[in-house]
Structure formats: structure tokens, C-alpha cells
Design a protein around this ligand. Structure first.
Ligand SMILES: Nc1ncnc2c1ncn2[C@@H]1O[C@H](COP(=O)(O)OP(=O)(O)OP(=O)(O)O)[C@@H](O)[C@H]1O
Ligand SMILES: [Mg+2]
Length: 509
């Protein structure tokens, strides 16, 4: 399957590169994302465009004279960037059966103008959302050339993350807002009617020229509160007047048992697609694919065919296998594998910097205390890998036991204050948005008066860095202020952190 250059473009945001490692030499805050995307010009590698982007953030060779170039991010920094949670890979490895099922569904329904439902289930981090986005992108790119497309109909699409709504009925509002016709010449829209009537008017009607595709991600969030909305929408897909293709994605294991019997009873059972947890071999292949992109970036391996015979950069293959086995033995959540790799690289990086500093000290003239030679040159992707089984073993303890506690103790003061703010908000509210965090953080810090508050932009960066560490998740809405912030750890660990750190105790108690 051929890919276009734009398909291959990994999308990487500023914050993905804005490592909280203070020695990170390639902080990207001053570089516009658009520059990054434009700079991508090498289409063959899976994450090549990502690593190219990392370079482009530091080196704009077209504008700056040679001597003003900033240093290249080193192999460790580029390696860590590959495993950020927020990285969108340009290609997905494996999952061919699931891809085929999704593409067949898309062809049979979206392209052939036929209403229907698809219910995707699977544990967290098994690639459900990534695969749907990839299939959608692929189908959209090829659909104009696709001969199976019924040229007579137009398709309108709404992608909704159910975490972004306060209450299930708001799903109807989202659907209507995103999909209702803007063209007044079309059939009159009952704008002042009840929102369910409006949604019905839109999705159930005799106009066969428009098909509405609604993707509901994280539908678990709906089911735990009010299954009615979900049942109704799936029912609508099977009515004679339906114009709706509904794709629901769920990650709770018991969701299928909860929802499907009733849909089956009503004769509107959607097509099912389950994502099994990744096995060790899958996880290992995905990690290796990302690591090989470091080689492409160094232009040592122009041909992907030669990769299997080329030594893996940065992490020893046996260490990758260990990481994959450890994650597969738990729930096969790819995000955990990425976290482990990132932490192991970080650990190896620290050790390398330490040994490098010692080496440079030794290289000073003992009498004059002047350096007799420069520092060691930077490691490249073809140097022997520095991340070993020992590093993976050390960080993999974070998969079990009191990992949250450990991670909390390593946060910076401002990061800890943000976590304290989230803990405080959780005592008051069931749902916390970015804007809640900002106002609570600012008022708490100002009321306390011990340290100055950071700006809103800095606060967003801090929150996003904490997300990269895995202590919280940011979900939903395109609008940053409305995004939901969820804690990924026990309240008791947060409470202990506040009790143990005097400044936090002073601020939050
Ligand atoms: N086959 C794959 N190849 C490469 N990267 C993948 C693959 N599958 C998933 N990923 C990456 O793993 C991460 C988790 O995937 P994704 O968000 O799709 O999981 P999910 O099943 O939707 O999880 P959740 O249920 O928590 O929403 C993402 O960063 C995604 O890009
Ligand atoms: Mg998902």
C-alpha cells in the first residue's frame, strides 16, 4: 500500500518536543508547528518525518549561517521524543485483520451510502483510536479515486469523544452542531425544536443524498451514566429512513456484555470488532520500527529493506524484547511500553552524561587544569546501543507497586503544585477541565502568596509534561480550555505527597 508524503507526515506538537529535561537542547517553544510540517521531505520511513521534525526544530539551514546553528538533538533526546505519548505515528504496524475489517465496513457503508453501525471494543492502549483514524485518513485520501464510491451522495462526519460531554444528551447537541446543514436551501431545519427532535430530523430523513458518519470514542463514558443515548443512536442506524453510520469505540471489558444484548433484542446489533491486547511480538515490532527511524534520520539506512540486517539503534534488541514481554504480561497496553522505553532511555542518558563528564574531567591537564582535548563527540544511531536490559529492568518496576508515588517524588515543585491542585479539585468536582485547573491553580497560589504563579501558557506546558510522564490524561475537546484533565493515580498517593512536602502542605491544607 503506497502512502503519500502527507500521509507519512508524523504530526508532532511543540509540547511533544518540549521535554521537561532541563538540559534538553532542542526546546521547541519558539518554533511554529507549521514549519515542522512543511519541513518534512523524506517519505519512506515510518517515523522519519518525526525525527526530521525534531531536527528541523533546531536547525533551519536555509536561513541561518553555519556557525549559528544550534546543536543537533542527541540520539537520547531523539529516542525519547519517539516514545512521547502524544506522538501520532505515521504508520501503524500489524493489526492487518482489524484494518481490513474497518476498511470493508467503511467501503460497504460510508462509500456505498448505506447506514449501519460498527462497535469497536478492546482494552486501553490496543490501538483502536489510532487504527480508526488511520483507516479514515486512508479512505478519505483514496475515496476520490475509488471506483466503488457512489458519486451521488455526500458524506458529513462528526468525531466526538464522549469524555468531552458533561452529560450524555449533550451528544445530540454535538451531532446537530457539527452536522446540521449550513445551506438554507436545504429542507427547513427545526432549529428551535427539542435537541433530540433536531438530531432525528437530521439523521432520519428521506434525503438519500447525504450520509452522516458519527464516530463516538470512549463510549464507556456514556454507558456508565445513561445508556439511553447509545441505544437510541444504534437503533437509528437500522431504521428504514436512517442516514446514519455510527462507529462506537469502547475500552471497558464488560461494555459489550452490557450493551449488545439489548441491541440484539431490538434487532439493531452493530457489526462487532474486538482489539485483543498486543502480544509481546507485536509490541516489540512496534518499538523496533520506531527505533529504526533514528537510522533513517542519520541517513545511514536509506533503504527500509536493509533494516532487518542493520543493528537496532539506541536500545539493545534483547532489552526491547524484555520490555515487550513485561507489558504483554500485564494488559498489552502499548502506552506502558512507550513509557518504559522513554524512562529507560532517560536513565541511560543520565548515566552517559555522568560518565562523559567524568571522562572530560580526566582529560584536563593535571598541572594547568586546562582541557587537553574536547568533549567526546555525540553518540550516533549507529553506535552500539546504550539502553540495556538493566535499564529496562530498573524502570519496569514502575509497572507495579507504588510507581505513582515514585513518579510524584520526582516531579518539579510546579508540577507537584499542579498535581495538588488536581487533587483539591477532585474533592470538589467529578469532572475537571483545563480551565478549572488554571483558575484553581492561580487562586490557590495567589491566596498562599509563597511563590509566584506561572503564566497560563506555562501551566499548559506543565500539565502536558505531566501527561507525558503518565500521571494524568488530557481528553476530549479541540478547545484547550474545555479539555478534561483526569488523574491516573490514587488519591491517597497525592494526599501523602501533600503531607510529606512542607510547601505543598502549606499551600493545600
Ligand atoms: N499498531 C500500532 N503501531 C504503532 N503505534 C501504535 C499502534 N497501535 C497503537 N499505537 C500507538 O499506541 C498508542 C495507543 O493507541 P490508541 O490511542 O489507539 O489506543 P486505544 O485502544 O484507543 O486506547 P484507549 O482505549 O485508552 O483510548 C497511540 O500513541 C498510538 O499511536
Ligand atoms: Mg482510544
Amino acid at each position: 500500500m503506497k502512502r503519500t508524503r502527507s500521509e507519512n507526515a508524523s504530526r508532532i506538537s511543540k509540547r511533544q518536543l518540549n521535554d521537561d529535561d532541563s538540559e534538553n537542547s532542542y526546546k521547541a517553544t519558539h518554533v511554529k508547528e507549521t514549519t515542522v510540517v512543511k519541513s518534512i521531505n523524506k517519505p519512506t520511513s515510518p517515523l522519519r518525518s518525526l525525527t526530521s521534525s525534531v531536527q528541523s526544530l533546531t536547525t533551519d539551514t536555509s536561513k541561518k549561517p553555519q556557525q549559528q546553528q544550534q546543536p543537533q538533538p542527541d540520539i537520547f533526546q531523539r529516542g525519547k521524543a519517539l516514545f512521547r505519548r502524544t506522538v501520532v505515528p505515521s504508520r501503524l504496524i500489524g493489526r492487518e485483520a482489524e484494518r481490513t475489517t474497518m476498511m470493508d465496513f467503511w467501503t460497504q457503508h460510508v462509500l456505498l451510502n448505506k447506514p449501519g453501525g460498527l462497535y469497536i471494543s478492546g482494552a486501553p492502549g490496543t490501538g483502536k483510536t489510532a487504527m480508526l483514524n488511520d483507516v479514515k485518513r486512508q479512505m478519505e485520501t483514496t475515496s476520490t479515486a475509488n471506483k466503488t464510491k457512489d458519486k451521488k451522495h455526500t458524506t458529513k462526519m462528526a468525531m466526538i469523544n464522549c469524555m468531552s460531554v458533561n452529560e450524555p444528551k449533550a451528544i445530540y447537541t454535538k451531532i446537530v452542531t457539527e452536522l446540521k446543514p449550513t445551506n438554507s436551501r436545504q429542507s427547513p431545519f427545526p432549529g428551535d425544536a427539542d435537541i433530540i427532535v433536531q438530531a432525528e430530523h437530521l439523521l432520519l430523513n428521506s434525503n438519500k443524498n447525504t450520509l452522516y458518519v458519527v464516530v463516538l470514542d470512549e463510549i464507556d463514558h456514556l454507558v456508565t451514566r445513561d445508556k439511553g443515548v447509545l441505544y437510541k443512536l444504534f437503533e437509528w442506524t437500522s431504521l428504514p429512513s436512517s442516514r446514519l453510520v455510527l462507529i462506537g469505540i469502547a475500552n471497558a471489558m464488560n461494555m459489550t456484555d452490557l450493551v449488545l444484548p439489548r441491541l440484539r433484542a431490538k434487532n439493531c446489533e452493530p457489526q462487532l470488532l474486538n482489539f485483543n491486547p498486543y502480544k509481546a511480538a507485536d509490541i516489540s515490532a512496534i518499538i523496533k520500527d520506531r527505533l529504526y527511524s533514528l537510522l533513517d534520520d542519520d541517513r545511514h539506512c536509506q533503504n527500509t529493506e536493509t533494516k532487518p540486517t542493520t543493528p537496532l539503534p539506541l536500545i539493545q534488541p534483547i532489552a526491547v524484547e524484555l520490555c515487550a514481554k513485561k507489558v504483554a504480561a500485564r494488559k498489552g497496553d502499548l502506552r506502558q511500553a512507550f513509557d518504559l522505553c522513554q524512562q529507560a532511555i532517560e536513565l541511560a542518558h543520565k548515566e552517559y552524561k555522568r560518565s562523559n563528564t567524568n571522562c572530560n574531567n580526566v582529560l584536563r591537564d593535571s598541572k594547568t587544569n586546562t582541557k587537553v582535548s574536547g568533549s567526546r563527540s555525540q553518540l550516533s544511531a549507529t553506535d552500539p546501543p546504550k539502553v540495556t536490559i538493566r535499564h529496562i529492568s530498573a524502570v519496569s518496576q514502575s509497572l507495579t507497586g507504588n510507581s505513582g508515588k515514585d513518579k510524584l517524588s520526582k516531579l518539579t515543585t510546579q508540577q507537584q503544585i499542579v498535581m495538588g491542585t488536581l487533587w483539591k479539585l477532585k474533592q470538589k468536582k467529578t469532572r475537571t477541565t483545563m480551565s478549572d485547573v488554571c483558575s484553581e491553580y492561580t487562586s490557590t497560589i495567589k491566596a498562599n502568596g509563597t511563590i509566584p504563579p506561572v503564566t497560563t501558557t506555562e501551566l499548559y506546558t506543565i500539565i502536558s509534561n505531566i501527561q507525558d510522564i503518565g500521571l494524568l490524561s488530557i481528553k476530549g475537546s479541540k478547545e484547550q480550555t474545555k479539555q478534561q484533565v483526569l488523574l491516573n493515580m490514587e488519591d491517597s498517593d497525592l494526599k501523602n505527597m501533600i503531607d510529606e512536602v512542607p510547601l505543598l502542605k502549606n499551600i493545600f491544607q
